[in-house]
Design a protein around this ligand. Structure first.
Ligand code: PRP
Length: 206
């Protein structure tokens, strides 16, 4: 049975393709896909979607497997099987902002694309904050005065540095993950197992 796999477009996509290549897969049809969102390879069909939509396609069983950032799993908690961590997409959630605003004596306003993670983090710290949900370029918020700080993904730290912000606290490390549809794991076991094992071994022995 052919496997359907959903890939997160953008940074993770490139890293996953390089990873597949290093495992000996022929990724040429994927590298030369142009703007296509759907590529049929010999044993697999690949679809390319935004991270949170990858989780949805896998949850609904349209795709058997998905490659996704752990940020999506932690924030949205989709009903999928979290199979294993992959050795790329490593970054972290951090609280960041201007040092000068770290200890303001009033309720802080925090901008983020991840309100659930932010809410949990501050609940643990027993600090009550106002959360402002943004969709991207969150670093703008403390610069323009929309928020006192942000909770966001930091990979190289370049975006923070180039915008005059710094890490105030580490929230949690994250990595890329291989996820699976719960029923597909049973129904398509014989097709999925060899592929999953191949990725698993590489993860264990890396
Ligand atoms: C992410 C994140 C930061 C940036 C961090 O944004 O939200 O802005 O990457 O990466 P760095 O530490 O390597 O600089 P993304 O590029 O996904 O786009 P977005 O701003 O639209 O969320």
């Amino acid at each position: 049975m052919k496997i359907n796999i959903a890939l997160t477009k953008g940074r993770l996509e490139k890293q996953f393709l390089q990873y597949l290549k290093s495992l000996g897969f022929n990724i040429e049809p994927l590298e030369n896909k142009g703007r296509k969102l759907f590529v049929e390879a010999e044993e697999m069909t690949f679809i390319f979607a935004k991270g949170v939509d990858v989780a949805t396609y896998v949850e609904y069983g349209i795709c058997d497997l998905g490659i996704i950032g752990e940020d999506i799993l932690v924030e949205y908690q989709p009903d999928v099987f979290d199979l294993l961590p992959l050795p790329f997409g490593k970054c972290r959630f951090a609280l960041a902002g201007k040092k000068s605003l770290e200890n303001v004596q009033r309720k802080r306003r925090i901008a983020t694309k991840y309100p659930n993670i932010t809410h949990r983090y501050f609940r643990q710290k027993q600090e009550s904050v106002d959360i402002v949900k943004l969709e991207g370029s969150v670093e703008l918020a403390p610069i323009l005065g929309l928020a006192d700080a942000i909770v966001d993904i930091v990979e190289t730290g370049t975006t923070l540095k180039e915008n005059g912000l710094e890490i105030l606290d580490e929230v949690q490390p994250i990595t890329a993950r291989l996820i699976a549809n719960r029923s597909a794991l049973k129904i398509k076991k014989s097709s999925l197992d060899p592929f999953i094992k191949k990725l698993q071994q590489e993860v264990i022995f890396k």
